[in-house]
Design a protein around this ligand. Structure first.
Ligand code: TRP
Ligand code: ZN
Length: 481
């Protein structure tokens, strides 16, 4: 059986189990409304008026949810690092895309103490990471509604399969390191945890005195909390996918200002990395300004970076605030994370299988940065990568079809970048760089697919490019150079 067929089978099985009331149905024994015999896919409801437990990503059948579209999250979080205790109140503004007698949110762990919809108490139940909410009154298709969830407990990060490691809300000695790709937002707030549903965010985070809370977007206020400690209010006014949301907390040294090009810039480092603050601040500013010349206008209100002392060994492109876990970032990785602000963040993927649109582009940006600063050219990087032996794993893993069991395989990064270089050679520098800017402009703050990218490349170049994309993205073998 092909992997695609396996994914389809999983989706069908999920729909069937949902119809039978075996999934997304309350641990409190809420009665199932019975099967309807519908053969709908995972984005449709298996029962009339019931939102699906997944948004319809065949590779991650329970991620996100069906039946509504979130517009805004208002997250009030209190966190006590010493007790590892989080008290949360999430208010989610959404619009029903179908009639809803019940819908789900994604939430991992915690005790939920109350749920309301439009101010009226709702009944709810838990089943794994699915929180099912039954509003007092059913919601009409098209209705805008606000759901409020009160929850508390010790956040538990998730341990992903194979190469995903531990991610989500990761408690540290002085706070928390919050990097949630691909589906760890549910470890700290309830929501529609899939990149296909973007929303704006307000954060109100209360932490003990001396602790700084860093979330996405801009700091609106910083005030003494009535019960002691400090409340940090942040606002991300541009649409954001859930995995890019952060509420990183701890002791931090900050440097704030503007890039030479006038973009707000904030660097924050754990005191253990205070020697890296100046370099992080100036490199982040310099590279952001350079990407504006290559990719077009900066999509958000600020740039910057955060270095925490949690030894993750990796970085994540958290919107406006890329995070580096336990190391001083060099210019290449800064170039990578900042390129993601355009490719991955402003333009986010509709389905995880298209992850190369994030990682291939950000890796190619590393090559472009190297070329720009007089290091190896992109052509040299391409040549070195292409010289990998025929049995190198990147040749058997087609990057256009990222697999859930090995989502961040190196092929997605390196062969994804090679795909862009092969394209650049085929259509020429002029069209290629116009393509990058047009891609970023046409889908600014939107969701994208591989098909949209290949169609745009064909439109701008006037060439038929299927053979190139097919060989580079979809074949399990090394393309000829
Ligand atoms: N997107 C990250 C990068 O390439 C890598 C990554 C994947 C990650 N999953 C993560 C980082 C989880 C932190 C947490 O830059
Ligand atoms: Zn990346």
């Amino acid at each position: 059986m092909t992997r695609r067929a396996a994914a389809l089978l999983t989706a069908l099985l999920t729909a069937l189990l949902t119809a039978l009331g075996l999934l997304g149905c309350g641990a409190t024994g809420e009665p199932s409304q019975g099967a309807t015999g519908s053969d709908s896919g995972p984005t449709d409801t298996a029962e009339p008026g019931v939102g699906a437990p997944g948004i319809g990503d065949p590779d991650f059948p329970l991620d996100g949810n069906g039946g509504y579209d979130v517009a805004h999250y208002a997250l009030r979080i209190g966190y006590a690092p010493a007790r590892r205790r989080l008290d949360g109140e999430a208010t989610i503004q959404a619009r029903a895309t179908q009639a809803l007698s019940r819908f789900n949110l994604d939430l991992h762990g915690f005790r939920v103490s109350g749920v309301s919809v439009d101010g009226a108490a709702a009944t709810f139940s838990r089943d794994g990471d699915e929180l099912s909410v039954t509003p007092a009154e059913p919601l009409a298709r098209g209705a805008e509604f606000a759901v409020k969830v009160a929850y508390s407990g010790t956040p538990r990060p998730v341990r992903g399969s194979s190469n995903l490691g531990t991610y989500g809300f990761i408690p540290t000695a002085d706070g928390a390191f919050v990097t949630a790709e691909p589906n760890g937002a549910k470890t700290w707030f309830p929501g529609n945890d899939h990149p296909a549903d973007k929303a704006t965010f307000d954060f109100e985070i209360t932490v003990p005195a001396g602790v700084t809370a860093l979330a996405n977007g801009e700091l609106v206020s910083r005030t003494p909390a009535p019960g002691g400690g400090t409340t940090f209010t942040w606002r991300e006014a541009h649409p954001m996918v859930t995995y890019l949301a952060t509420a990183t907390m701890g002791r931090f040294t900050l440097r704030e200002g503007r890039t030479a090009g006038g973009i707000r810039n904030l660097a924050a480092v754990d005191p253990r990395f205070s020697a890296a603050l100046g370099e992080l601040y100036s490199r982040s500013g310099e590279i952001t300004d350079h990407w504006v010349t290559v990719f077009g206008p900066y999509p958000f209100s600020s740039t910057g970076g955060v270095v925490d002392d949690f030894a993750a060994g990796y970085a994540l492109e958290n919107q406006t605030k890329p995070m580096y876990g336990g190391f001083e970032p060099g210019e290449s990785i800064i170039a990578h994370e900042l390129a993601h602000q355009w490719f991955g963040n402003s333009l986010s993927i509709e389905r995880w299988e298209d992850l190369w649109l994030n990682e291939g582009f950000a890796t190619y940006a590393e090559w472009l940065w190297s070329e720009h600063t007089g290091g190896d050219t992109a052509a040299q990087r391409f040549k070195t990568a292409h010289a990998r032996p025929a049995n190198d794993p990147i040749w058997s893993y087609p990057p256009g079809d990222a697999r859930p069991d090995d989502l961040f395989n190196e092929s997605i990064y390196t062969r994804g970048a090679m795909t862009l270089h092969a394209l650049r050679r085929e259509i020429g520098d002029r069209t290629f760089f116009t393509l990058l800017k047009t891609w970023a402009a046409e889908h600014r703050h939107g969701s994208v697919t591989t098909e949209q990218f290949t169609a745009l490349a064909e439109r701008l170049s006037g060439k038929r490019l299927d053979p190139l994309f097919d060989a580079w993205l979809f074949q399990p073998r090394r393309p000829s150079a």
